[in-house]
Design a protein around this ligand. Structure first.
Ligand code: KG4
Ligand code: ZN
Length: 327
């Protein structure tokens, strides 16, 4: 819940434990948990903020991209809160939410800035020129960075989500122990690729065998992390080359990664650029970033939004928007 740029409450209900036994997110399990957890989360968000539903001005909700079942639960709940009160509803793009985490207090970052956004489902470079949106400058051609962290973590017998566990294990390892391919190094564009790195790890583990992997787990984790952070930072550096941007921000779950934050901080210092690093709680998915983005997004009036649909991919968004107009 936000009031202007101030966060009044930001309740996060993690389903990580439920998914850990499957080694990843199972969409059906996620939707069912959303169904059980959404109302209690709304209640505690109101309580923590010391606000009643009658004091709410508008309801923001993630419209996509993401897992459609979970999105639909969120969207239906938001409609159910907004409609009886005739409140406006603001559908928010998940990725713009990650960008908008940078607009929150303390020290909100004013556009323009370049944002490296890396999560479990997306990896992209966003040119942010105003509060309302972003321009896609480059993106992953295959796996997302977070997805690669999760898959490699699983390969090394770590829990889910893999990112934080892999980072902890890597602290004990040598980042130069294994030479891994630096994907897209010669590619002049701003796109990313993580599937080659992931596959390199799969072959490396196969060659080492179960005992070898067990012995070298920390070195494998550290080498993988260094290669992944290296690619993210190299592409960011390339995007900064033309000197168009004076400020840099990070977003998405992978932005919580310590070595990535350090590498980007070093890069920005070297080039004399301002850097905004949001706290870890605002990197991984959270409600405050969605409310933050909603402040700058168009709202839908009652009953216009009743037919509004969620979208699992960015390309489906237009049909969701059409549905809301045709009611
Ligand atoms: O943004 P997010 O919470 O959800 C999506 O929109 O996907 O990002 C989750 C991703 C997961 O893949 C998780 O492993 C990764 O962010 N992640 C990290 C770290 N913390 C979370 N990856 C690397 N290092 C971390 N410390
Ligand atoms: Zn996310």
């Amino acid at each position: 819940m936000v009031d202007g740029e101030e966060i009044l409450s930001n309740v996060i209900s993690s389903q990580d434990e439920a998914h850990a036994k499957f080694g990843g997110i199972v969409p059906e399990v996620a939707s069912r948990h959303h169904l059980e957890l959404t109302v209690p989360v709304v209640e505690s968000a109101l309580e923590e903020a010391g606000v009643s539903l009658d004091q709410i001005d508008s309801v923001a909700v993630t419209a996509g991209p993401g897992l459609i079942g979970a999105l639909l639960v969120g969207l239906s709940t938001a409609k159910a809160i907004a409609a009886p009160r005739r409140l406006p509803l603001v559908p928010v793009d998940h990725l713009q939410g990650h960008v908008a985490a940078n607009f929150l207090a303390p020290e909100p970052l004013e556009p323009p800035f370049l944002c490296l956004l890396a999560s479990g489902g997306h990896t992209l470079l966003a040119g942010v020129r105003d509060h309302a949106g972003h321009e896609l400058l480059g993106q992953t051609l295959d796996d997302a960075a977070g997805e690669a962290f999760d898959k490699v973590a699983r390969l090394l017998g770590l829990g889910f989500p893999g990112g934080p566990a892999l980072q902890r294990l890597a602290e004990e390892g040598d980042p130069e122990a294994f030479e891994l391919p630096v994907a897209m190094a010669r590619d002049p564009g701003l796109d990313f690729s993580f599937s080659g790195l992931k596959t390199a790890l799969v072959y490396l583990c196969r060659d080492l065998g179960p005992e070898g992997v067990a012995e070298r787990r920390a070195d494998l984790a550290a080498s993988f992390q260094a290669a992944a952070v290296g690619q993210l930072t190299a592409k960011l550096a390339r995007a900064l080359k033309r000197g168009e941007w004076e400020a840099v921000a990070l977003g998405g779950g992978v932005a919580a990664n310590g070595p990535l934050r350090e590498a980007v901080a070093a890069l920005c210092e070297e080039r004399g650029l301002r850097l905004k690093l949001v706290p870890l709680r605002l990197c991984t998915d959270n409600a405050a970033m969605i409310a933050s983005a909603a402040r700058f997004a168009p709202s839908l009036a009652y009953p216009e939004y009743l037919a509004y649909d969620a979208f699992s991919r960015s390309t489906e968004r237009r049909s969701a928007e059409r549905a809301s107009v045709h009611i």
